[in-house]
Design a protein around this ligand. Structure first.
Ligand code: ZN
Length: 397
C-alpha cells in the first residue's frame, strides 16, 4: 500500500485497519520463502487516463507513490510499477511469476473492487489460482468490498479466506517453496499425496534432468525384476535314487515346489533359504518406499545416488544367485541345516553358482549403500533446515 492511499488524497480510515494484517502475512511469507511482489501505482502526471477519474495520486517519483513505512519492501521482494488498475496490464508481472514458477497468487491491498478486482481478473485469464485473505483487502465502502469479494469468488473461482486460515495454509504446506521451486498449494492440492506425486511428475516431464529419469526408471526396473523372480525358480535341487531321477525341489524367491511324492524329496525342507527370503522381502519394501520418496523429491545432483543404487542393484542380483551356493555347500558337506537330511542311497545334484562369501559380502554391501543413501538424505534435510534458520537469524534486526 502506498502513502497516497493511507495518508494522501485517496486515504480512508477503512484502509488503515488492514495494515497490521498485511504486515503479518508479509512476514510469514518471507519466512517461508514465498515470493513477495509489490505492484505499485506509479502514474504519469497529466497523461494517465485513470487520473481523470480519481485525481492525481501516486505520481511517479513523489512521496505519495512510495510504499508506507509500515510495509516497506525488503531486498528479497520484487517491485512492479503499474499505471492501470490491473497489476498485469502492460507490466512484466506475468513474466516474473512464470520465472518464479508461481501458480497461485495471494492478493492483498486496496481497493477490493478496483485494483484487486482487475488484477484478479487478469490472473484468472492467465490461469493463476487466486487466494484472497478478506481481512487483507479493503474498499472505500463496505458494500463495494463485499460485492467485489463475492464477484471474484463466483466469477474467478477465488478462494476467500481469513488471514488466519491463509497463515495456517502456509504453515502446513507439505511442499514449501524453495529457490528452485516456488509454489503455494491451493485447497485442491493441499495435503493430497497423489497430487504431490503428480505435480512432481509434471515438473520432471516439463524440465526434469535426465539423471532423474534414469534414476526413477532404474528403481522401477529393479522392482519389476524382483517381482518377476517371485514366479521363476532360481535354484533347482535334483534328486536321484540308484541312478533313477525321483524328482526335484524348485526354489522360488518366496516358496518351494516339490515335483515328486518321494519321501526323501519331500523331506528336503529349505528352512535356511526362507530366512534370506525374509530379508529379501524387506529389501523390496525398502526399495518401493525408495521409489515413492524419489518420485516425491527428485533432487538435483543425483549421480552419486545413482551410483549407489547401481551397486545396490548388482548386489541384489549377486545375493539371489549366490544363495544357491549356500545350500550347495551345505549339501555337499553333508551338513543338516534345519530339516535338511541326506540319505546315502540318494544323490543330490544342485546347479552350480557363485560363492558363498560373495553373497554375504554382497548383502552387506547392499545394506551399506542403502544406509549411506539414507544418511546423505538426512544430512541434506538437516543442512537445509540449519541454512534456513541461519538466514532467518540474519534477517532479524
Ligand atoms: Zn491509480
Amino acid at each position: 500500500m502506498l502513502n497516497d492511499f493511507i495518508y494522501g488524497p485517496l486515504s480512508s480510515e477503512r484502509f488503515k485497519k488492514i495494515i497490521p494484517n498485511i504486515k503479518r502475512l508479509l512476514e510469514e511469507a518471507r519466512k517461508k520463502n514465498i515470493p513477495v511482489i509489490y505492484t505499485n501505482d506509479s502514474h504519469i502526471k497529466g497523461v494517465d487516463y485513470e487520473l481523470r477519474i480519481w485525481g492525481d495520486h501516486a505520481i511517479k517519483g513523489t512521496k505519495g507513490a512510495e510504499v508506507i513505512d509500515e510495509l516497506k519492501p525488503t531486498s528479497s521482494d520484487y517491485i512492479i510499477e503499474k499505471r492501470r488498475y490491473s497489476a498485469f496490464f502492460n507490466t512484466d508481472l506475468d513474466l516474473l511469476l512464470r520465472e518464479l514458477e508461481v501458480d497461485s497468487l495471494i492478493l492483498t491491498g486496496v481497493s477490493t473492487d478496483v485494483c484487486v478486482l482487475h488484477t484478479a481478473a487478469d490472473a484468472f485469464f492467465r490461469g493463476y489460482k487466486i487466494i484472497i485473505p478478506e481481512d487483507c483487502v479493503e474498499a472505500f465502502t463496505e458494500e463495494g468490498h463485499k460485492w467485489a469479494l463475492d464477484y471474484m469468488r463466483r466469477i474467478y473461482k477465488a478462494e476467500i479466506l481469513k488471514l488466519e486460515d491463509v497463515l495456517k495454509r502456509i504453515e502446513d504446506d507439505p511442499d514449501p517453496p524453495n529457490p528452485g521451486e516456488r509454489m503455494i498449494r491451493t485447497e485442491a492440492e493441499h495435503r493430497s499425496f497423489t497430487t504431490i506425486i503428480k505435480s512432481r511428475a509434471k515438473k520432471v516431464m516439463r524440465g526434469g534432468n535426465k539423471t532423474q529419469y534414469i534414476w526413477l526408471a532404474f528403481d522401477i526396473l529393479a522392482v519389476l525384476l524382483i517381482l518377476l523372480m517371485f514366479n521363476r525358480p532360481y535354484w533347482r535341487l535334483d534328486v536321484s535314487k540308484n541312478n533313477q531321477t525321483v524328482g526335484s525341489v524348485l526354489l522360488y524367491l518366496d516358496h518351494v515346489k516339490y515335483t515328486s511324492n518321494d519321501p526323501f524329496v519331500k523331506s528336503l525342507k529349505m528352512g535356511r533359504i526362507s530366512n534370506i527370503i525374509g530379508i529379501l522381502k524387506f529389501f523390496i519394501v525398502v526399495m518401493l518406499i525408495g521409489i515413492v520418496i524419489r518420485a516425491m523429491l527428485l533432487e538435483k545432483g543425483a549421480p552419486i545416488a545413482v551410483m549407489f543404487r547401481l551397486i545396490a542393484f548388482l548386489a541384489l542380483i549377486s545375493v539371489v544367485t549366490a544363495n544357491t551356493q549356500v545350500l550347495k555347500v551345505l549339501i555337499h558337506q553333508g551338513l543338516t541345516p534345519r530339516g535338511l537330511t541326506i540319505v546315502d542311497s540318494y544323490t543330490v545334484f544342485s546347479t552350480p553358482d557363485w560363492g558363498y562369501y560373495s553373497s554375504i559380502l554382497a548383502f552387506v554391501l547392499t545394506l551399506v549403500t542403502f544406509t549411506i543413501e539414507t544418511v546423505i538424505f538426512i544430512i541434506k534435510l538437516v543442512a537445509r533446515g540449519v541454512k534456513e534458520f541461519v538466514e532467518e537469524i540474519k534477517k532479524r534486526p
